[in-house]
Structures are given as structure tokens and as C-alpha cells.
Design a protein around this ligand. Structure first.
Ligand code: AMP
Length: 603
């Protein structure tokens, strides 16, 4: 049966998902073998259910009135059609031979049947009865009458091709312990050898090489080395890597080549060819900034984000751009109002997918992707690999490979010294002031707080005390947020007070300190915050205030500290023990309160 269905656009908009949605397991075995796992996510057992198996179902997108069961009709569809709208119907899941069930009023059923009959007639070979004789399998693009997509731009150099596998394994281990796997069902493909030099990936693309020379990078970062040969071959990729690892360039460079090398010239495609979806305005702007560092064959990009000038963005889009970098909310708005054509997108990036899900963007992403070509190439990045991200990947990527760069393991971030201070809530401000007073003139610090109000409160406190600070949180006007970030980046202020809006994605290289005024919502966010410092080989210091209210996280924090060989305060250990004791007592009390069966009565 279908995993979930969307009955109406309204449901999409409201962001509701049927609660009966079964969890789709899709977990590569490779990571468990390494004992690596992002906090909060599950271990990685071998894949359990096949890649979207089961019947294909069409459900009407209109309101669920007049439902009747239509005549089931079987024909051959490719999995990549998932998410596609054919006429008024959306393909939810399917394998090669799929049962099509049509629901809806008689009128709707007849219309759908006509559409399907038409498809089956036009591509008779796909009809099961005919397939055995003719055996031809059509691509999704052909089935939907879409212009062809060129995908493979990789010519492996002799040097890389002849690398012995032991050397490849050693290289991966030494470069942030990269783990890769092919997530395609059935026979595994060879994950290409990493490229060690820029030339190994781009020797046939002199314009790319010229850009790299211009910015002066010496070598590819680990994620780039492993991602480029995969993406350049046209294979979908999941990159588990954080900002700061060079992941933007990992997808941008192959994207430039992909855009420029399509059979249909850019100006005849009727819309942009590349779309990057990013969770926050800051990250979208940062990707845009990275993109505009490079000039490639006149490729134009635009950043579309809520809070920015909507009219100006519409004007730019209408004039014609090649790359759209967007936050899902604003893009969805422009899409619903027909200001942007996404049907020409052949290269899609879901950047920081975990963060997009955390921020509740899944419904918008789904709506956006209904319009994007189903046979596109897709790259997804995420710092973590929890269930939601796996589900997203499973729905929207086709036969991907996964590259896991172990930056989430704090043991790898040995450049950050982590200090934990156990403190009463009411002393936090005084301690923060003391901490600020100990900073050296060249130090740069992000002070993380839990609430927007606290950010405002602390920054006005410090301003009144004559300490120049900036603040960054979701309630500030976009222009103020940009100004705050710019002031901090350029060093006009050296203290930024921020909510977790800044915990991921921000690329400010010279942050010397992270100060956690409030402990974050979860341990993953802690890892992200700490990762704001100690970047690009520099050293950094993270100071975290922990109050007795934070006792739930004590044991997780201890294991992070231990893995990174950091000192663990005695008080934190006893806090963790107290919490464990508290939980046990709670369990026992709950157990005692439970009604007991007769046999237990006299026990
Ligand atoms: P990102 O992870 O994409 O946010 O990139 C972080 C920073 O690393 C950006 O400022 C990039 O310009 C920079 N960067 C990207 N690739 C490289 C490279 N190969 N060598 C040095 N810096 C790089």
C-alpha cells in the first residue's frame, strides 16, 4: 500500500501528514560497521525494505468527495516518477510493474483513465504485455516528453583510476574518516576513487580551474574529493557534512558544468536549471555569496528568501537566471503565484536537509519538488542522518551514493577546547560579563542563547555597559540580521549574541570562542554550536554554562566530552547520576501505579 497520500493542496499547505505514516527504513550498513552514528539518530542496520516497493497509487489531489474504486490498470513506470504529477494525479510510489488505483468521482476516474490510456498507447512498449516482446525501457524524461538531460561529465584521470583500493581506503581514513556507500538496490556500483587534486576532477574544464586558481585554494577538501567524481558522473549524492567542510563548492562546481553542458542552451530552457534549497536566509545568502565568488560562462544566480525584496526578486527571476538559491517558504510563495518556472530545473540541491526538516519546511519542499523535473540530478547535504532525512532522501533521490564526512564526531574536532561550568541560573549574567572581560582584543565570540528575548535582553544589557555587541535572531528585520552578521564577520563588533539560527551554516572563520549562555535544545545543536569555532585548522574554545535544569542532557554531554578527550567536571557526573536515579524512581512509581492482574495481587 502507499506510504502516505496527499489528498488536497490544503493539507500540503497546513503541513499536516497522516500520522499513520509508517517509518521508512533506509539505513546503509556501512556506518554501523564503523560504530559511527550521529547523536539522536538510529544506528545503521542493513537496508530492510526495498527502495519504494509496493503498488503505485494515484490519488486525486482535490477534496476527498465521491470516492469510488476505479478499475485497476497495470503498466510499467520507473521509480523516478515518484512525486510526479500526471494530469490531476500524483504518483506516490512504485516499482517497475505497478498497480494503478484510481480514486475519485466517476468523472475524475474517467479523466485519469484517459490520461493513462494515452500514456500507455504512446509508449506501448511499457505495457506489461508488450514489454516482454519489445523489452524497451523508457526514461522518465521520455515518458513525460521532457527535453533530454546530459549527466556524465567525468573523465577519470589515469592516476586516480589506477589507485590501489588499499590506498583509497587509507586516503579516506586520513581525510576526516570518509565513509561512502552505494545506496542503489541490488548490485552495488563501484564508488569512484576520490580525487586528490583539483585537476583530477576538472582538467577538462579550464574555466573551473581558472576560478579555483583565482580564489587560491590549494587542495580539495575531503567532501569535495569524494563528492566530485560521484556528482560529475550524474549520480545523486547524499553528503553528510557540515558547513565549513567546503560542501557548497562540492555541489556548485559540478552544478556549473551540468548547467552549461546541457543539450538545450541555457537561454532556451524557459527557466533556471539549478535550484538550491537552504533552511535559513543566512545560509541562502552565504551560498549565494559563495556562488558569486566564481564566474562561469556568464551563469547568473539569484537568492530568494523571505524578508528580502519580493518585487525585486520577482523582477530578477522574470528577467532570467540560471541558478536559484532559495529558502522554501518564499520560493513556494513565488511558485504558487506562478512567478517562477521550476520545470526547467535539472540539478537540485537540498542543502542542510536536517535543518530544513527541523524548521518544518517539509510541506513546502514537497510542493516545490512536485514541479521540479523528476529525472533531475539531486544532491542533498545534511549534518546528521536521522529518520526524517532518510525519508526525504528516499523520496526525492534516485539510486544515490552517500558520502559521510565524520565531522560530527567531536573527537575529530580536536582543535576546540570545551569547558563546562555548572552554575546557578541567577549567576549566569555576571559570569558572562566576567568572561567578556577576560577576552583579548583579537578574540571573537558567539554567545548562544535559547530565546530571542534573552538575545535582546543581553545585548541591551551589554550595550548599556558600553560593550559593543550585535544580535541575531528570527524576530529581527532581515536587513538588521544581515547587518549584524556583516558587522561580526568584518570585525566591527567582536561579540554576537545569537539564537540557534546561527548554530549551523554560518561560515565565519576567525571565531575564537563559543559561549553557551543557555544549553541548546539537544546535544546535536551543542555539537553544531561548538563547531562554529576551531575552523580551518585554527584553535577555539567553547564555554558552556549548565544549570541544574539541564540535568537531562548531562550524560550525553559527558560522552561528547569524553570522546573529545576533554575534562568532565565532577558535578556534571553527579548531575547525570541524579537524573538517572530520578528516572528510575519515576519508572518504579509508574509501575506501582499500574493496575495489576490477579496473579500479581498477593505478590
Ligand atoms: P562551506 O562548507 O561550503 O561553507 O565552505 C566553507 C569555506 O571554505 C568557504 O569560505 C569556502 O570558500 C572555503 N572553501 C571551499 N573549498 C575550499 C578548499 N578546497 N580549500 C580551502 N577553502 C575552501
Amino acid at each position: 500500500m502507499s506510504d502516505w497520500e496527499v489528498d488536497s493542496d490544503e493539507e500540503f499547505r497546513a503541513g499536516s501528514r497522516p500520522s499513520a505514516l509508517p517509518l521508512l527504513e533506509w539505513q546503509p550498513a556501512m556506518a554501523s560497521a564503523q560504530g559511527r552514528r550521529s547523536p539522536g539518530s538510529r544506528p545503521f542496520p542493513a537496508p530492510r525494505d526495498p527502495w519504494l516497493s509496493g503498488p503505485l497509487e494515484y490519488r486525486p489531489r482535490g477534496p476527498p468527495r465521491d470516492r469510488g474504486l476505479g478499475v485497476p490498470l497495470c503498466f510499467h513506470l520507473d521509480n523516478a516518477l515518484i512525486g510526479t504529477i500526471i494530469g490531476n494525479y500524483r504518483v506516490i510510489r512504485g516499482t517497475y510493474e505497478a498497480e494503478v488505483k484510481i480514486f475519485g468521482s466517476n468523472d475524475a476516474q474517467n479523466k485519469a483513465k484517459m490520461l493513462i490510456d494515452d500514456l500507455v498507447k504512446r509508449y506501448g512498449q511499457n505495457y506489461p504485455g508488450d514489454r516482454t516482446e519489445k523489452g524497451k525501457k523508457f526514461t522518465v524524461g521520455e515518458l513525460l516528453d521532457l527535453p533530454p538531460i546530459e549527466r556524465n561529465f567525468y573523465k577519470e584521470s589515469q592516476k586516480i583510476a589506477s589507485m590501489p583500493q588499499e590506498e583509497v581506503a587509507k586516503w579516506r581514513k586520513e581525510n576526516n574518516n570518509i565513509i561512502c556507500d552505494d545506496l542503489k538496490e541490488g548490485e552495488k556500483r563501484h564508488v569512484p576513487n576520490p580525487v586528490c587534486k583539483f585537476e583530477d576532477a576538472f582538467q577538462y574544464y579550464p574555466d573551473v580551474m581558472a576560478n579555483i586558481r583565482k580564489v587560491g585554494f590549494k587542495n580539495p577538501t575531503p567532501i569535495q574529493s569524494q563528492a566530485w567524481p560521484i556528482i560529475l558522473q550524474g549520480i545523486d549524492l547524499i553528503g553528510i557534512a557540515q558547513t565549513g567542510t567546503g560542501k557548497t563548492l562540492a555541489y556548485l562546481m559540478p552544478g556549473f558544468i551540468h548547467l552549461d553542458s546541457q543539450p538545450i542552451p541555457r537561454d532556451q530552457r524557459g527557466g533556471p536549471g539549478m535550484l538550491v534549497l537552504a533552511p535559513t536566509r543566512e545560509l541562502a545568502l552565504q551560498v549565494e555569496a559563495e556562488c558569486s565568488k566564481y564566474t562561469y560562462k556568464g551563469i547568473k544566480s539569484i537568492c530568494i528568501y523571505g524578508g528580502g525584496d519580493r518585487k525585486g526578486q520577482i523582477k530578477m527571476v522574470t528577467k532570467g537566471v540560471d541558478i536559484v538559491i532559495a529558502t522554501p517558504g518564499r520560493l513556494n510563495d513565488l511558485q504558487m503565484n506562478n512567478f517562477i518556472n521550476l520545470k526547467s530545473i535539472t540539478y537540485l540541491v537540498l542543502d542542510e536537509a536536517d535543518r530544513m526538516l527541523d524548521m518544518g519546511f517539509e510541506p513546502q519542499i514537497m510542493k516545490i519538488l512536485l514541479d521540479v523535473r523528476p529525472d533531475r540530478q539531486t544532491v542533498m547535504t545534511s549534518a546528521t542522518w536521522p529518520d526524517g532525512v532518510r525519508r526525504l532522501a528516499k523520496s526525492y533521490l534516485k539510486d544515490p551514493m552517500i558520502v559521510y564526512v565524520g565531522t560530527l564526531d567531536l573527537a575529530a574536532v580536536n582543535t576546540v577546547e570545551q569547558k563546562v561550568i555548572i552554575i546557578p541560573e541567577e549567576e549566569k549574567r555576571a559570569f558572562t560579563r566576567y568572561f567578556i572581560d577576560t577576552l583579548k582584543p583579537k578574540d571573537k565570540v558567539i554567545i548562544f542563547v535559547g530565546k530571542k528575548l534573552t538575545a535582546d535582553d543581553l545585548s541591551s544589557d551589554f550595550s548599556l555597559q558600553g560593550i559593543p555587541v550585535q544580535s541575531l535572531h528570527g524576530n529581527r528585520e532581515q536587513c538588521d540580521r544581515e547587518q549584524a552578521l556583516d558587522d561580526f564577520k568584518k570585525g566591527r563588533v567582536r561579540i554576537l549574541i545569537a539564537t540557534d539560527l546561527a548554530s549551523r551554516g554560518l561560515d565565519v572563520q576567525d571565531i575564537t570562542h563559543v559561549f553557551n549562555f543557555d544549553f541548546p535544545r539537544n546535544i546535536e545543536e551543542y555539537v553544531h554550536r561548538v563547531g562554529r569555532t576551531g575552523r580551518a585548522g585554527r584553535t577555539g574554545e567553547a564555554v558552556t554554562l549548565v544549570t541544574r535544569n539541564d540535568w537531562r542532557i548531562a550524560s550525553e554531554l559527558i560522552s561528547i566530552l569524553e570522546r573529545a578527550n576533554q575534562a568532565v567536571p565532577e558535578e556534571l557526573i553527579s548531575m547525570a547520576e541524579r537524573f538517572k536515579q530520578f528516572q528510575m524512581t519515576k519508572e518504579i512509581k509508574k509501575d506501582l501505579g499500574r493496575p495489576r492482574g490477579k496473579s500479581q495481587k498477593g505478590f
